[in-house]
Design a protein around this ligand. Structure first.
Ligand SMILES: Nc1ncnc2c1ncn2[C@@H]1O[C@H](COP(=O)(O)OP(=O)(O)O)[C@@H](O)[C@H]1O
Ligand SMILES: [Mg+2]
Length: 228
């Protein structure tokens, strides 16, 4: 179920990475949803799962394959960014699903990425370290414009907090996607069965995620085409 068509410019590779030093902020979750939507639109996509211990995206791809869900998503587990980044040449889009801890891997991945997506929750515990990471990336020479926040895992009745989180991010001069992704049992059930946040049984939930992914796509394109 999707409502937009991603234009692929021939010969262009794209690397979108999902990073955060915090665990559990929805890196693997968003990475999987973006992979599915691009793959549906005929992009050759690979997820580079950098989390050797958890292998969240890789294990999900096996559940997906076992359930026979199309499109199949190619996920490869890598232990270092250098090897992962080589896969760029074989794909239209390489999605890097980062692991926790802002070690040197994160900087290497960020430097190679066209777009760095930072999924963030609405609590100060989540927001503070994520803003710190964003500022650290900028201090290491990453372009501010290539960093994009997405507010995720918003609990029931958390609209006000989600809005406040979005404004705090903007106060720090970072760009944040409009809207947010709610915490929903239907989302986690979808992932448990090899589906993504755009493949639940509920049209409105799928649509909410689609809108976020569309913004990620537009942002990645604008960074690539305007050299911003
Ligand atoms: N919108 C959501 N609704 C319900 N569960 C979610 C949602 N987003 C993430 N989760 C769950 O939260 C946990 C952490 O998400 P994950 O994407 O694995 O985080 P990370 O990769 O950043 O460590 C997982 O169990 C995942 O299924
Ligand atoms: Mg993960």
């Amino acid at each position: 179920m999707y409502y937009f068509y991603y234009i692929k410019y021939s010969g262009e590779f794209m690397i979108i990475s999902f990073l955060n030093q915090k665990g559990g902020t929805a890196k693997s979750t968003l990475a999987r949803a973006v992979a599915v939507e691009f793959a549906k639109n005929k992009w050759q996509v690979q997820i580079a799962d950098m989390d050797l211990t958890q292998q969240t995206a890789f294990k999900w791809s096996i559940r997906r394959a076992e359930a026979g869900i199309e499109p199949a998503i190619d996920v490869v587990v890598y232990k270092d960014p250098q090897t992962a980044l080589k896969a760029e040449a074989l794909n239209d889009l390489l999605i890097v699903d980062g692991k926790a801890f802002a070690d040197s891997h994160v900087i290497d991945i960020a430097k190679a990425s066209d777009l760095i997506v930072l999924p963030v929750g609405i609590s100060t515990d989540d927001l503070q370290p994520t803003l710190n990471l964003a500022m650290e990336l900028v201090s290491k020479g990453i372009k501010r414009k290539s960093i994009y926040f997405v507010v995720c895992k918003v609990l029931k009745n958390g609209e006000k907090e989600a809005m406040t989180t979005r404004s705090s991010i903007e106060d720090f001069n970072f760009e944040v996607a409009q809207g947010w992704i709610n915490m929903q049992t239907a989302y986690s059930q979808a992932m448990d069965t090899g589906r993504s946040l755009t493949e639940t049984r509920y049209k409105d939930l799928n649509q909410t995620t689609d809108k976020i992914i569309e913004q990620i796509f537009n942002k990645a394109n604008s960074v690539m085409n305007n050299g911003e």
